[in-house]
Design a binder for this molecule. Structure first.
Ligand SMILES: [Fe+2]
Ligand SMILES: [Fe+2]
Length: 319
């Protein structure tokens, strides 16, 4: 079996639809400027449209245009909104494929570094065991909220951003970046489950979150161990984590902002071994990027343009 596989080589059965990762990457680099956001999304429109064709995201695309990701990612989940069901399924599906990729990340860490210490391999094996359970739990939760595997396109963005061929960077990216994001998202899901009184969801996510804290700790321990006596490599690992955190902030959707779609789970992160300095950095990294007002205005313009295009082509067709 070969080492260091490319994200496009991840195996999926025919239920899954692969989405290009460009949109997610671009979203993480957008400035706080309506025109720039609109222009970037318009450019991606053909690719976004192709990616959603035939999936359950198609109605969202038809309603909001290429900015539908801005709407779904940047607004907090609200049980009273009319699209609450679709958006909850979209979030669940994203977590479900995220768990798949976390399993693949941990599995690759076990395989790609044959010279790593035995304890490291045991930790990664333990994580594979956990992630397998998480995949099963989220597949069931997805069905619990009325969804199914493959209903939305899958972006392998998480795997792509978090994997490196240096084991110190790999655990920094997967076990601190990706797993840290999992802590934030799962705490938010627990809050949501409490708000709608869904005890099944609350308890299932709470169990998964407890495992994720352990996975972040694996990352905290092994970054230190792999970079012992090598401050330069340690700095490289920290820099890699900062880069991953920036990409996983989705243009400020995950941030400290009062009304962030995914608030940062400070307490869980402290418990998992993030230092105060790292949390301060995270606060800073996630603070820049477009504001909610910018995103909302960009989404409004994108929607308007999308409907104008649709009306124009309908007119051409009937002429
Ligand atoms: Fe997990
Ligand atoms: Fe995990």
């Amino acid at each position: 079996m070969k080492s260091f596989i490319e994200p496009n080589e991840l195996a999926r059965d025919s239920r899954f639809i692969r989405q290009d990762n460009v949109a997610a990457t671009i979203l993480s680099t957008l400035p706080d400027d309506v025109d720039a956001v609109v222009e970037a999304l318009e450019r991606l429109d053909p690719m976004i449209e192709k990616g959603v064709r035939g999936t359950e995201a198609e109605p969202l695309y038809e309603e909001y245009g290429p900015g539908f990701a801005l709407v779904t990612l940047n607004e907090p989940l609200d049980p009273t909104s009319p699209s609450a069901g679709t958006r909850l399924a979209l979030r669940m599906h994203g977590i479900f494929v995220g768990e798949l990729q976390a399993l693949e990340g941990a599995g690759r860490s076990l395989w790609d570094f044959p010279d790593a210490p035995w304890e490291f391999k045991m930790n990664m094996a333990r994580q594979c065991w956990d992630e397998t359970r998480h995949v099963q739990i989220y597949e069931k939760l997805l069905e619990h909220v009325g969804g199914y595997a493959g209903m939305f396109p899958e972006s392998t963005f998480l795997f792509e951003c978090a994997c490196s061929d240096d084991p110190a960077l790999r655990v920094a990216g997967v076990n601190r970046g990706l797993e840290g994001l999992a802590c934030d998202v799962f705490r938010d899901m627990i809050r949501y489950a409490e708000a709608i009184g869904d005890e099944t969801m609350r308890q299932a996510v709470d169990y998964v979150l407890a495992d994720e804290l352990t996975h972040v700790r694996f990352g905290s321990d092994w970054v230190k161990e792999f970079t012992k006596g090598d401050p330069e490599r340690y700095e490289k690992a920290q820099e890699f984590r900062r880069k991953v955190d920036k990409q996983f902030s989705f243009g400020g959707a995950r941030s400290e902002r009062e009304d962030a779609a995914i608030p940062i789970a400070w307490e869980d992160r402290r418990e998992a071994g993030f230092t105060e300095q790292e949390l301060d950095e995270l606060r800073e990294i996630t603070a820049d990027g477009p504001s909610r007002d910018t995103m909302r205005e960009a989404a409004r313009q994108l929607r308007e343009r999308h409907h104008a295009r649709r009306a124009a082509s309908a007119e051409r067709a009937s002429a």
